[in-house]
Design a protein around this ligand. Structure first.
Ligand code: AMP
Length: 595
């Protein structure tokens, strides 16, 4: 508490937050509270959700109010109803020992008349969504010309949600001499523009780096075939009996679909998406907050402004397109200094996106193997065993113990354990008994180790010269089907009815399955691994070898010949490539004829 006191907070405020269990200020509170208390500056604070920013601006504002006046002195704008309510509730808790403070939240989707009545009774702090506040201003139901402070909370989210014009309108309606505090998790140009237009020489406060998530979140990913994403999700959930998570999907149909499947699999969950009425939304959220739901499946839009503490995981069922969304999603866990995990389930072609996120967030993303059936079984059994070991038997049980003892009299300890676990987990273990390996990759090699050794393997494909197949067709099909780009292809031998080729599979598991359901012209393709030694050498050596040949003057004339040939064949090759690309279409029905 001493550190809070040293920031200049009054005893009434200190008492309130002490009761909430706050001991030391968070970094954003340490920096923002004195600035707001000093009363003279505008502020741009780059802070993630969960860093304690509500108290950072809320505590000094509460302390600075003129409680003799009944006018609205502080206006807090936030993107969603949930966040408005949350902020208002937090302020009410912080001001427990300042009972004269009046704070209310106004937002769309509820009776505006009730809100007008409350405002008329006198409010010091108004927390509002921009849309509803504009409505109130236009109806002349609210007077904001005595406002001394405007807080734009989650400014990037407000702009994402299209509130730009509303914000401009509101800010124009407030007195010029107000102080404006802008809080945002990310700083896109639109937010910078607002800061430039409406803030006067703002002090910039950054805790953590720009566009960077909380330090307490670790980022992990699983890489699987697209069709195995759900099964992966289920295993990840089953492996974490204590999980309390939000699963993010791109569309509401995905959210609905996943909820249906998870409910069928016995997971307590529900969906949050744009099609729900406000009452349904409230119902889902109250069950989730009460932890009656273990997971909430939500779209980005529906989850905006959601404020739930103590999430253990955030799961990206689909990776979002942009870094801002990823930061917002992952920022919902790892809050208030607690550890959190952001899980991404990616398909075979998305490793590039992970690398880009790593670069932009400057955080490592750890590749994890999808849990096997055995991993899930072990996690569940150990969790249960630990609970049994640590539970304190209550007296209510004692009166039955004698009877139960008689029932188990003949049984030794080992048999008892086996029976209890078989009864509790028989169904689950059966479900996972034949669970297949969903991993398509071993761990990616660390940088610098790539190409140090050959991982060439020899494969055959059931098309050859007689089918019009050529090395180029092979490359096109590999580019189309392989789980990642730029796989190193070694020797290619096109036979009459079959083509053999070597490829550096480098961590890719079961390479032939990527060609399932692919057709070349009329032929359904089958790729098989052959038990043959590759003749190709790794790329590095090959490059060295061709350099040596060049240095000796070999290959020069070949290259010239090649250049001429390639010019001559350019048009023909283009046509050919198009024809093949057509042929390499995925055939969901499994092809017209096999070979
Ligand atoms: P916020 O970022 O304002 O949504 O806060 C996230 C969570 O951290 C809320 O549950 C706050 O009650 C809690 N919190 C904020 N400041 C502190 C603090 N100094 N010590 C402990 N918890 C805090």
């Amino acid at each position: 508490m001493e550190k809070f006191r040293a920031l200049g907070l009054s005893e009434d405020i200190l008492k309130g937050i002490e009761e909430l269990g706050f001991e030391t200020p968070t970094p954003i509170q340490e920096r923002v509270i004195p600035v707001v208390l000093s009363g003279c500056e505008d502020l741009v604070a780059l802070a993630q959700t969960g860093t304690g920013k509500t108290a950072a601006f809320g505590l000094p504002l509460l302390q600075s109010l003129d409680l003799d006046s009944k006018s609205i002195q502080a206006l807090i704008l936030s993107p969603t109803r949930e966040l408005c309510v949350q902020i208002c509730n937090d302020l009410i808790k912080y001001s427990k020992y300042l009972p004269q403070v009046k704070c209310t939240a106004v937002y769309g989707g509820t009776d505006i008349r009730k809100q007008i009545n409350t405002i008329e009774k006198g409010v010091h702090i108004l927390v509002a969504t921009p849309g509803r506040l504009c409505d109130l201003i236009r109806r002349e139901a609210v007077n904001i010309n005595q406002v001394r402070w405007v807080v734009l909370d989650e400014a990037d989210e407000m702009l994402n949600m299209g509130f730009q014009e509303d914000l401009n309108f509101i800010l124009e309606e407030t007195p010029k001499e107000r102080n404006t505090f802008l809080f945002s998790a990310t700083m896109p140009v639109e937010v910078e523009r607002i800061a430039k237009n409406y803030l006067k020489n703002p002090q910039e406060i950054t805790t953590g780096k720009r566009n960077q998530g909380a330090d307490t979140v670790s980022h992990i990913y699983y890489q699987v075939m697209a069709k195995d994403c759900y099964e992966t999700l289920r295993r990840v959930i089953d492996c974490e009996p204590d999980m309390y998570a939000i699963i993010f999907t791109r569309t509401k149909n995905d959210a609905r679909d996943i909820v249906k499947k998870l409910q069928k699999d016995g997971v307590d969950c529900d969906a949050l998406h744009g099609d729900l009425s406000q009452a349904q939304r409230d119902d889902v959220m109250s069950r989730f907050r009460a932890k009656l739901l273990k997971v909430l499946v939500a779209t980005d839009v529906a989850a905006r402004g959601l404020d739930v503490d103590n999430l253990t995981h955030v799961i990206n069922y689909n990776l979002p397109e942009d870094i801002e969304s990823y930061t917002h999603r992952s920022g919902r866990t790892g809050r208030a200094g607690k550890e959190g995990i952001s899980v991404s389930i990616i398909n075979a072609r998305e490793s590039g996106k992970i690398r880009r996120l790593e670069k932009m967030l400057r955080r490592p993303f750890t590749f994890c193997k999808v849990p096997s059936g055995e991993d899930v079984g072990r996690a569940q059994l150990h969790y249960y065993a630990d609970k049994v070991v640590t539970v304190e038997p209550k007296e209510d049980v004692d009166k039955y113990v004698g009877e139960l003892f008689a029932k188990f009299q003949e049984m030794d300890k080992e048999m008892l354990i086996r029976k209890v676990f078989a009864y509790e987990f028989g169904k689950l273990l059966k479900k996972y008994r034949n669970a297949k390996d969903l991993n398509i990759m071993d761990a990616p090699k660390p940088k610098g180790e790539q190409n140090d050794r050959s991982t060439y393997k020899v494969f055959s494909i059931n098309v050859g010269r007689n089918d019009g197949f050529s090395p180029r067709s092979l490359m096109e099909i590999i580019n189309y089907c392989a789980p990642r780009r730029g796989m190193d292809i070694g020797g290619i031998r096109v036979g009459n009815d079959e083509t053999k080729f070597e490829i550096d599979v480098d961590g890719v598991k079961n390479f032939p399955r990527f060609f399932n359901g692919i057709q070349f012209e009329d032929t359904l393709i089958k790729v098989k691994e052959l038990d043959e030694e590759p003749v190709s050498t790794p790329k590095v050596k090959k490059e060295r070898w061709s350099k040596e040949r060049r240095d000796r003057g070999e290959g020069k004339s070949e290259r010239k010949r090649g250049d001429k040939r390639s010019k001559r064949n350019n048009t023909a090759q283009n046509k050919y490539r198009r024809a093949n690309a057509e042929g390499a279409k995925r055939n969901s029905k499994g092809g017209k004829r096999g070979k």
